[in-house]
Design a protein around this ligand. Structure first.
Ligand SMILES: Nc1ncnc2c1ncn2[C@@H]1O[C@H](COP(=O)(O)OP(=O)(O)OP(=O)(O)O)[C@@H](O)[C@H]1O
Length: 477
């Protein structure tokens, strides 16, 4: 083997036996001695490598030899009872130190059995120096419903090669979904195999924080069971999803997470619901301003928000780069359900031009001075929303077409696992988001606020309105 032709990966022999032409003539006893040493070395390596099986078998054998049947039976029963009690009384530590590691060992054997055909049929094997080289399965870890495989890639491969065939790998290994992400070292890729879906069941409304943390609002549950915190500071949020995808649940989850601030005056929510108030009309006392039928008042609201943002910018220039909300100068959140109604479907040309002129400036200037926008949209095409790229935070719910995913979440995100077009119609509120500094999209489900939850939220945190002459379908406080 020439030392220069070495690449990472597991080499697969081409034939069951590789016969080499003899170059040295050795006596039979030397050959026998060599084979014996080799066999002994292999047995020793096997015993040490599989200590978790060979160790207990040796102990049980020794006990049997010493005391007959009673020898192994009594300790095995005592151990079984102790493990059962541990699992019953403290399941988290049992799972962490015993349950998951044992399952991971077992699963590793199952993955190893199917590894070579899986890598070959997925096109992840490499022909090099007249040999087949496949990626090495380094480690398997298990969590509830998830297997995490650490794989050492063959030289020349990148994590995106695995992301592109992730669906094949999921079917091959019997997982619901497989996601590929870069590992902790450049030569490693991490494959996450989802065995069960933690997001199948709807999630109820999350608790309302007394004082909202604008750097992390609790709005959804991630598939690993952690709460997803949305950062509002310094950003604008776009929510894209087909009809019935649950855009309303995203909006209400955000409103809910800010309700504590609404009650204390730290937050003002200005709501625009061009669909006649069907979505947001249920909780109007949470909104300082609300417009739902009159497009002129919607445009005026946007223009007023822009003038607030510009006045704050002029005041803070050279003093601070981030506005800190106070009851005197609250954070303003403009919520728009169906943004395309203002940017594309509006028939009045004049209004449309005013929206375009205002929105672009508002999105760029507002985020540093506490004037934020959360907008929902069904159709993410450029002709519908020219401002897509001005929303740093984008949430993708169920989408109608494959091509829309990268359009919303960024190039290559569908390959990296954001399968928005595959989200079931039966799971509204499920979506993907790309977190700051993380290349892989995160799957989550937003909490669902029923009509009675919204009424309760309004009753608890809403403020009495002081309409200064209601505009048609809305008012200004
Ligand atoms: N997070 C959720 N969990 C469970 N069910 C949900 C969730 N979000 C929405 N739903 C259900 O799906 C239905 C449609 O949701 P929603 O109205 O929010 O969709 P949408 O995307 O706003 O649709 P449209 O664009 O047609 O208004 C709701 O009536 C509700 O029953």
């Amino acid at each position: 083997m020439p030392l220069v032709n070495v690449i990472r990966g597991e080499r697969i022999p081409d034939a069951p036996f590789n016969l080499r032409t003899p170059v040295l003539r050795l006596p039979l006893w030397v050959m026998l001695l060599g084979w014996t040493f080799r066999a002994l070395a292999r047995v020793t390596v096997f015993i040490v490598k599989h200590w978790y099986v060979t160790g207990p078998v040796a102990v049980v054998g020794w006990l049997y030899f010493k005391w007959g049947w009673a020898g192994p039976v009594v300790p095995v029963v005592v151990l079984g009872v102790a493990v059962g009690a541990w699992a019953y009384w403290h399941q988290p530590s049992f799972l962490r130190f015993a349950g998951w590691p044992v399952l991971a060992r077992w699963r590793r054997v199952a993955y190893r059995r199917r590894w070579l055909p899986a890598m070959t049929t997925a096109g992840l094997d490499v022909r090099f120096d007249r040999q087949t080289v496949v990626p090495v399965l380094r480690r398997v870890r298990c969590r509830a419903g998830v297997d995490v495989l650490t794989v050492r890639m063959v030289t020349g491969q990148i994590p995106d090669d695995y992301a592109q065939v992730a669906e094949r790998l999921a079917h091959t290994f019997g997982a619901l979904v497989c996601r590929a992400a870069a590992g902790t070292r450049p030569d490693l890729v991490v494959l996450t195999m989802m065995r069960t879906d933690a997001l199948v069941k709807p999630i109820g409304p999350l608790p309302v924080p007394g004082t909202p943390d604008f750097a992390g609002l609790p709005v959804a549950l991630q598939e690993d069971g952690n709460v997803y915190h949305l950062r509002l500071y310094g950003t604008q949020v776009l929510v894209v999803g087909a009809t019935g995808a649950g855009k309303g649940s995203v909006i209400w989850s955000i409103v809910r997470s800010l309700a504590g601030g609404v009650a204390t005056g730290l937050v003002q929510i200005w709501a625009i619901d061009p669909k006649g108030g069907m979505e947001l009309g249920g909780g109007t006392r949470l909104f300082t301003r609300f417009a739902c039928t009159d497009f002129a008042s919607m445009v005026e609201m946007l223009e007023e928000a822009l003038s607030v943002a510009q006045a704050r910018t002029a005041r803070l220039r050279g003093k601070s780069r981030q506005h800190i909300p106070t009851p005197d100068e609250p954070l303003i959140l403009i919520v728009i359900d169906e943004l395309a109604a203002l940017t594309a479907y509006l028939t009045d040309r004049q209004h449309k031009e005013r929206v375009k002129a205002t929105l672009g400036l508002l999105l760029t200037q507002g985020r540093a001075v506490g004037v934020h926008v959360v907008a929902a949209l069904q159709d993410p095409r450029k002709e519908v929303l020219p401002f897509r790229n001005l929303f740093p935070t984008r949430i993708g719910l169920r989408m109608a077409e494959e091509g829309e995913v990268d359009m919303v979440l960024g190039d290559g995100m569908r390959d990296r696992g954001a399968l928005c077009d595959r989200i079931s119609e039966l799971t509204p509120g499920v979506g993907f988001v790309v977190l700051d500094g993380v290349k892989q999209p995160v799957r989550l489900r937003f909490g669902f606020n029923s009509d009675s939850d919204i009424s309760q939220l309004e009753a608890e945190y809403g403020r009495p309105q002081t309409p200064s002459g209601p505009t048609s379908g809305g008012w200004a406080a």
